[in-house]
Design a protein around this ligand. Structure first.
Ligand SMILES: [Zn+2]
Length: 464
């Protein structure tokens, strides 16, 4: 078996690895690379292989940096199946359509800007039609079931505890009479997170490809989430301000709503209006409701009592752009949850432009923000930020709560990997992390007694 690391190698986005075995080519993830515009454009448009030669894709979860280039893969000739869990299939149904819409709008905007220049018009990376064709190829397989991709190649999903439907992937292949096993962690979640279950053990493997987003970093425990919310509410309401939350539509928004509902129900939080201003988040919340098979016991218990963990007095789901604009006129304290989480696109940009210069307001960051994004500049508290080409003073209070993170921290990554038998696990490849994070995880794994730990660069091919 050969593995080639083609994305999320020494970086966090664009997850994509190519497995070659028994004459078959299988992609693990087909994510969108996000970063500097020109580089992202180049990387996403041009695959480092012929898409027609790929036989199948196995998808770890629905986040766009893992699934977002699937419509382009299909557009460029891939004709096989895309395997994922049932919840991932449903989430991809809305997320890929949303992503296509953004691509079309972006291309339209750029073409308008360059209308009078000699630049030829650009095509969107993919269209809504391409997304629909890709969505049609999604083939759902439940957790903990072995499924045959081809002769001598079997796969299995186990719960990665990251977002609804997220999976680690175990591949078992037979080559020349020998059985070989490879595990791909996908994005690893945390123990004790709301709604979904804790990360599961996939069983022993000889080779492990693991993420390292927060290697060497220690998060606040998930229990701190609620206390952080209470103090932020008190301070911001005390000065009659608004709380603006850039949040990923899938995962962070539902976790936050779940915690808010619990706090309101027990009168631990003053009731202010909560606006969820992201049509994608609204649709994703509906899909969360459809997949109780992914819930942990606490959430299943709540649903058994016929309660809706995401719907409660005071929460308003905003759909139209007009309703969204009307939020600008609200004077009373409120919370506005909007996407994108890294503040790179979407309605959150309008809310930031309107609220960032008012010191009464709070910007609450609850998710990972990659380098070079507006979200990261806000976390770094740079004095001035550019939104829609206009400079704004960053005068609002900024709070960063990593207790909401959906990614395992250093100790949780070690806890995930420590379950593997060191007599079986003979090689570890660290991916999906900025280099210093991956290096720290490698050092900690070495200290824990694991051997043959490598941090591959993009394009590295390894025989296993
Ligand atoms: Zn993810």
């Amino acid at each position: 078996m050969q593995i080639e690391f083609l994305g999320a190698a020494q970086t966090v986005t664009g997850s994509m690895h190519l497995i070659v075995s028994n004459g078959r080519k299988i992609l693990l993830d087909c994510g969108m690379f996000q970063g500097k515009r020109a580089e992202a454009n180049e990387r996403n448009r041009n695959f480092p292989f012929n898409p027609k030669e790929i036989d199948a894709v196995i998808l770890s979860h629905a986040h766009i940096d893992h699934s977002g280039n699937l419509p382009n893969l299909v557009k460029r000739g891939f004709s096989g199946k895309i395997y994922c869990t049932p919840a991932t299939r449903d989430l991809c149904g809305i997320m890929l359509a949303d992503s296509a819409h953004i691509q079309e709008k972006d291309a339209e905007y750029i073409n308008k800007q360059t209308r009078n220049s000699k630049e030829p018009p650009i095509e969107p990376l993919y269209t809504t039609v391409d997304a629909m064709v890709a969505i049609d190829r999604l083939t759902a397989v439940s957790y903990n079931k072995d499924f045959d991709l081809f002769d001598n190649i079997t796969a299995r999903f186990t719960d990665a505890g990251h977002i609804l439907g997220s999976a680690s992937i175990k591949l078992t292949v037979k080559e020349n009479g020998y059985v070989k096993t490879l595990g791909f962690s996908g994005d690893i979640g945390r123990w004790g997170m709301p709604i979904i279950r804790d990360p599961e053990f996939m069983g022993d493997v000889e080779t492990l490809v693991t993420e390292s987003t927060y290697g060497g970093v220690c998060h606040e425990p998930p229990e701190n989430m609620e206390n952080s919310l209470i103090t932020d509410f008190e301070r911001t309401i005390g000065r009659r301000g608004k709380i603006i939350v850039p949040a990923f539509s899938v995962g962070r928004t539902q976790d936050l709503l779940y915690s808010l509902r619990k706090l309101f129900d027990t009168d631990r939080l003053p009731r202010i209006p909560i606006y969820v201003d992201s049509p994608l988040a609204t649709n994703a919340t509906t899909i969360y409701k459809k997949h109780p098979e992914c819930y942990d016991e606490e959430t299943r218990g709540l649903f058994a009592g016929d309660t809706d963990p995401f719907g409660f007095a005071g929460v308003h789901y905003i759909q139209s752009a007009e309703e969204s604009k009307r939020l600008n006129n609200k004077k009373e304290p409120c919370m506005i949850i909007s996407a994108s989480g890294m503040c790179e696109a979407g309605r959150i940009l309008h809310h930031l432009a309107n609220n960032i210069e008012n010191p009464k307001n709070t910007i609450m960051i609850i998710g990972y923000c990659a380098e070079h994004t507006l979200g990261r500049r806000i976390i770094d508290r740079v004095p001035q930020v550019k939104i829609f080409g206009v400079e704004y003073w960053l005068r609002a209070e900024v709070v960063v709560h990593d207790s909401f993170s959906a990614h395992a921290d250093n100790d949780e990554l070690l806890r995930y990997i420590d379950r593997f038998d060191k007599n079986v696990l003979s090689r570890i490849f660290i991916v999906h992390g900025e280099p210093e994070k991956s290096i720290k995880l490698a050092a900690n794994l070495d200290k824990a007694g694991f051997k043959n730990i490598e941090i591959p660069t993009r394009g590295t091919k390894v025989q296993i």
